[in-house]
Write a protein of this length. Structure first.
Length: 103
């Protein structure tokens, strides 16, 4: 069962604070576009702290959505485009489908 909530705004007023993709989605897309990006650059692009970006990258790696290859002092990221989305509403689609939309 899913709970959907709606927020109603007066005509012409919107809440510019939210986006359709989470920080996880934004970081995943950023890494697909920029596999050699530094954590600082990732954090700046997404609008989060470096610590938050590192945490999300670690969780994405632990879940198998990305792999990290150490090259000298830098990292190179590879997105596993074959993995499926985690939520049951999207689990029939792969991460590659999302990357394809935003590439």
């Amino acid at each position: 069962m899913y709970q959907i909530s709606y927020i109603w705004y007066p005509k012409g007023v919107s809440d510019k604070q939210w986006t359709f993709l989470s920080n996880y989605g934004h970081i995943l897309i950023h890494l697909a576009r920029n596999p050699e990006a530094r954590v600082r650059d990732i954090a700046d692009a997404i609008g989060v702290t470096e610590r938050s970006a590192l945490g999300i990258i670690g969780e994405l790696e632990n879940a198998g959505y990305i792999s990290v290859e150490k090259i000298g002092r830098r990292n190179k990221y590879k997105v596993n485009r074959k993995l499926k989305f985690r939520h049951s509403m999207e689990s029939h689609k792969s991460i590659g489908d999302l990357i394809k939309i935003f590439s």
